[in-house]
Each structure stands twice: as C-alpha cells, then as structure tokens.
Ligand binder design. Sequence first.
Ligand SMILES: [Zn+2]
Ligand SMILES: [Zn+2]
Length: 360
Amino acid sequence: MKAAVFVGTGEPLAIEDITPNAPGPTDVVVQLGASGVCHSDLSIKNGYVPMPPGYVLGHEGAGTVVEVGSEVNRVKVGDKIVASFVPACGVCIPCLGDQSHLCDAEFEVMTALRGTRPDGNPYLTMTGLGTFAEAMTVSQSSVVKVETDLPFDQLALIGCGVTTGVGAALSTARVQPGASVAIIGCGGVGISVLQGARIAGAGRIIIIDQGEEKRKDAEAQGATDYVDSLAGDPVAQVMALTGGRGVDYSFEVIGLPETTLQAYNMIRKGGTAVMVGMTRAEAQLTISTFDLFYNEKTLKGCKYGSAQVRRDFGKFISLVENGRLDIGSMVSRHIKLEEVNEAFTAMQNREVVRSVITTF
Ligand SMILES: [Zn+2]
Ligand SMILES: [Zn+2]
C-alpha cells in the first residue's frame, strides 16, 4: 500500500510501499477519499516538532470504512467517516466531561505500531491516523461516522483545520454576537477562525497578516478590517481601530510566543486571548502579571477547537450544507499523493489555503 513517510528532518517525504498489520479487535480500516496537507505536517517534516523517522504523516482525512475488527461497534463497513486527530474514546474523564479533545487515550492511539516499511522496520502514524496513504488502520475512537453528500475534499478539512478554527471561535472563546475579534494569521486555520467569528455574529473582525496578499481572502469571508503587520506594530494598529480599547477576543493562529504576546496585548480589559497555533515544545512566554490581574484578562490555550468531535463534526457539516460555512473555497488544489512535497512548497510560498490529496 502506498504511503508518504517521514524519513528524516528536512528531507522530502518518501513514497513507500508499506505493509499494514491486520486490524486489532477495536480497529477499523479506512480507505481514504481525501487528505488535506496541513501546516502541522510541514512542522514535522522540518523538525519544528521533533519526531523519529518512520511516520506516515497526514492527520486531516475522510474516507470509507472497508474493514472492521471483531469488537468494533461504532461504525460498519461502508460508513463514511471523518478522522479525528485526537481520539474520542468516550469513557475517560475528559471525554465524559465534554472535553474529548483532551481524551486520555491519545498517547496510546498515537504510539500504536501499524505495520512494516519496505526495509522491514515498523512504522507509526501521525496522531494515530496517517492520512497520506491509500488506506489507514486506526482505532474506532479516531473516526466519526458522518451522513452527508458533501465531497471528501471538504470533509477532510473538517478533520483538522476547520474544526480547530471554527471551534476556537465557537467553543473555546464562545464569541458573543456583536463582539470585536482580532485574528493573527490568515492561513487555513485563521480563515476558519474568521468564519467561526462570523457565524457567531461578531460585529467586527480584524485580520492580521504579513503583506497584502491575504486581504482578498479575508474580506471575502467577512473580515471588516485588515491589518498588514509589516506596515507597523499590529497591536498599535488594532488599538487605533478600536478607539484605544482593544478587542473583546483575539486569536493567535501561528504558534509563536511573540504573536501570542501581541494577541494578549490587543485585548481590552476583561478580554480573552486564545492561542490556537501549534507551538514548539520548549517555547516560553512572559506576560505582565499586573496586566493579567488588574485588567482581568484571560489567556487560553486551544487544542483542536475544544471540539467534541462526535457532536461538532455533524454541526459543522450542517453549517456547510446550509451555506453558512464555506469550506469549498479553502480547497485550493487537488493533488496526487506523490505531489505531497510540492504541496509543502506551495504552502511555504503562501500560494494555497489547502492542497488536498484526492488521488492515492
Ligand atoms: Zn492539522
Ligand atoms: Zn477519552
């Protein structure tokens, strides 16, 4: 079976013919219909998130169940699924507490050996998925059955970028109607935060990115203001746009301490800053504790849009079906599995919102 494998920091992914193990009792085999190429895949390839070689990358996918283990009870052969890059086991304390995005089964799922590479070594899969492949064997906790006619290229994006971004606005921050929102970073997830803020009824949505090239995309999705961070201090620009008060909510969608500090500094008294971007493990942030206390600010982390995937995937699909959430325009290119390295280059050159693999 063909798959794109991480073989070393900075090296192109290798297209290898891997041999999957037979599924265990609670595993399912999914034939991929589509897989998005996300910035987190690039972060692993480039060593930003250190990983040993031998991983099938890809964590944003949708497909069809083609085989199930003997104890699988959540899906059956023929079901259409969206993969969840954090499993939702349904029985751990976070899952029972409406926080399946913090599911305790995550480590076990992520570290499962799934088969052998051509050189005889075992392979692992990114987040327990590995969507850069013709098929993947995953825990049933990692798949969510969906009933919709939406195409796989759009469903795949619900698996990561859309859920992370829309969920950050709707579930993590709970943006209120009429609120002012600033979003730093206008890639696929940033655009999704923007759409989440729009769906929540935000009154003002300020997008911040470097240069002018993202302005059109941002305005097309309902941004009311666009700030070019190269044209001057973005915090000062946001303050100027809000009469010196700052915004009700800000979102950092890059993953850097510097931009997280900017997000924190551009919220009003009593405001909430949300860090959505994936950050380096060793990165640190220093903030004014007096500002935190005296201005009663909130700085929140956001993992996977605080998503309850079995509840939220269906909700997002309904928003798309009813024309309230636009995923179609985020699918910039359809590519073949073999073109995944070119997709990374296109991402680095900021040519695409998402390249989506639809031919495996
Ligand atoms: Zn992702
Ligand atoms: Zn769980």
